[in-house]
Design a protein around this ligand. Structure first.
Ligand SMILES: *[C@@H]1O[C@H](CO)[C@@H](O)[C@H](O)[C@H]1NC(C)=O
Ligand SMILES: *[C@@H]1O[C@H](CO)[C@@H](O)[C@H](O)[C@H]1NC(C)=O
Ligand SMILES: [Zn+2]
Length: 548
């Protein structure tokens, strides 16, 4: 998953003009205290000491390095497992897991789904508690062979330079997968057995939309514990970073929707020496211009994840520019303040893109010969659908957008299976809008933040952050965030309303520079050990939470 965490870099360019006063709007982003395991407090402290040792660091390097050294690339448009031999690259990865994590494999029950999907069940002693579900993906983005020379260390070397571990997948997402297994192996070595069942689910084609992996794991997970059968699901996602003088962790509670719309124009062919005023390519071009002339109207809206995030920043960060903070704090009750905040925030186009529905013309094709009129031309427009919108709203808007042009060019118009045309047949040609590959996806249901699972996760993040640095008290702000892309969780909506996309990983320091999806991917080994500490603390905290 390529993530973009709202960076709000433009904030820093805004000149402070007002003095910040504390106000009651801080309650718009309530914070919990750090949550430390208590029943298992001794175990947690002992494990913490282990995690601080060089010996453990060495194990972490071996665990992750070994995983990185096995290429598990997933490609677009792969055939089914069993037919497309490229999937066989995952068998050595399974063999590796088996020898690297012996206690995991003797204690947990492993089920393979569609050969390469992995579900591990760690049975708790009390099955009245809904399981905790931890997810990650085994696959990595392919390394472009033409870029191998640009890698400081070869992409599948898993090379450790004394500080960082290098290679494809070292961050996305083998750090998550190996982080979870390292944590479970360590807990087992310390004779921990859970009260609440823990389930691990590892897909194998997240980077190519999860069709063979998570899509087949989902029904298996559903049949294990049923609809809404899991207490909390944590998958890859947002991390933590420094913003406005404070450290902020941003677990994503939402994912935008997705839709590729194919526009197809057909018109009579013939010899190009006797052309009509507009060929199908000409008409298609005019339609595409209509898209770019009409971007979606985007506004910062209350009750949306991005709004919740800026509220958290305004309420808790140390040095957000005062003018912006003032606008955000007044915005719950003032429409003018809301628009003022929006104006400042949208100076960063990335923020605006994250808030609204976007459109990008990504594919175009038409014509075969210079002396033949093209009978057909098509293009695909990619939309990322705002969390507060729906697929049908986007379809309606696109349909409306082209209505008058369809009429003008004398085209029979069909959109998403419905006849729109007012044109009397026979028309000059046709215009068809359709979901390009049937891969459209609604925006994800929004994860509740005023609920026990989100609070336990928040407290766990704070405890992990403190334990890693020998701190006490409140040192990191928890803010809901949003994913700019989709994770495997797109298939897991029925399993629980409490889906959180989060890597306990320093996104601000490293992640944006760390070569995720490009050359020179790496992870700081100290940061990786912190991820193991996070999963360990989460498993123990969740195990102790009777009210989850
Ligand atoms: C399981 O937990 C429930 C709820 O806390 C409790 O009432 C029950 O006694 C527990 N069962 C076992 C076998 O410990
Ligand atoms: C539309 O095209 C058809 C077929 O070429 C033609 O018969 C008809 O007159 C055209 N209608 C208009 C309004 O130009
Ligand atoms: Zn990923």
């Amino acid at each position: 998953m390529l993530i973009y965490i709202i960076s709000v870099s433009s904030f820093s360019r805004i000149v402070a003009a007002y003095v910040y006063r504390r106000s009651s709007t801080e309650s718009l982003c309530p914070q919990v205290d750090a949550l430390y395991p208590s029943r298992n407090g001794e175990l947690w402290k002992n494990l913490g000491k282990t995690f601080d040792t060089d010996a453990f660091k060495g194990r972490a390097i071996d665990w992750l390095g070994g995983a990185v050294r096995i290429p598990t690339e997933s490609y677009d448009k792969m055939g089914p497992v069993g037919e497309d031999v490229r999937w066989e690259a995952f068998q050595p990865f399974h063999d590796y897991l088996l020898q690297a994590f012996p206690l995991v494999h003797t204690t947990l029950t492993l089920t393979k789904v569609n050969t390469y999907g992995l579900i591990y069940e760690w049975k708790g002693t009390n099955d009245t508690y809904k399981p905790l579900l931890l997810a990650a993906h085994q696959d990595v983005v392919p390394v472009d062979p033409t870029t191998v020379g640009e890698w400081t260390h070869p992409p599948y070397s898993g090379y450790y330079d004394g500080e960082r571990l290098w290679g494809r997948g070292s961050s996305d997402d083998k750090s998550g997968l190996i982080g979870i297994l390292s944590s479970v192996e360590s807990l087992l070595e310390n004779a921990f057995f859970p009260t609440r069942t823990v389930v691990l689910a590892f897909g194998f084609d997240e980077e190519t939309s999860g069709l063979h992996g998570a899509a087949t794991l989902a029904p298996a997970l559903l049949s294990l514990y049923g609809e809404n059968g899991y207490s909390l699901l944590v998958d890859e996602g947002g991390g933590f970073m420094e913003q406005h003088g404070s450290v902020l962790a941003v677990p994503a509670i939402a994912e935008k929707g997705y839709m590729d719309v194919r526009l197809t124009v057909s018109s009579p062919g013939g010899h190009s020496s006797l052309p009509p005023p507009h060929t199908s390519i000409g008409i298609l071009s005019r339609l595409l211009v209509e898209f770019e002339n009409n971007p979606f109207d985007v506004h910062l809206e209350r009750d949306t994840p991005v709004y919740a995030m800026v509220q958290c920043m305004a309420a808790h960060t140390k040095d957000m520019p005062a003018r912006l903070r003032k606008a955000i704090k007044a915005s719950p009750h003032s429409k003018k303040a809301l628009r003022r905040a929006e104006k400042e925030l949208f100076q960063d186009p990335a923020v605006k893109s994250l808030v609204g529905t976007t459109q990008a013309i990504d594919l175009v094709q038409g014509g075969v010969k210079t002396n033949a009129l093209p009978e057909e031309a098509w293009a695909v427009v990619n939309h990322r659908v705002a969390t507060q919108s729906t697929l049908s709203a986007v379809q309606e808007r696109d349909t409306e957008l082209l209505k008058s042009l369809a009429h003008k060019f004398n085209l029979t118009y069909t959109a998403f299976g419905s006849s729109i045309s007012t044109q009397e047949a026979p028309a000059y040609g046709t215009l068809t809008l359709a979901d390009a590959w049937g891969a459209a996806l609604e925006p994800a249901p929004i994860t509740p933040t005023d609920a026990v699972p989100y609070r336990i996760l928040s407290g766990t993040i704070k405890a992990t952050y403190n334990a890693q640095r020998g701190l006490e008290g409140d040192n990191i702000i928890i803010s809901p965030g949003i994913m700019s892309g989709n994770t495997d969780t797109r298939y897991y909506w029925k399993l629980t309303p409490h889906i959180i996309r989060y890597n306990h990983n320093n996104a601000g320091k490293d992640k944006l520079l760390s070569g995720v999806h490009t050359v020179n991917e790496f992870i700081g080994v100290v940061d990786f050990v912190e991820m193991i500490r996070f999963f360990t603390t989460l498993i123990l905290n969740v195990d102790e939470a009777a009210d989850l």
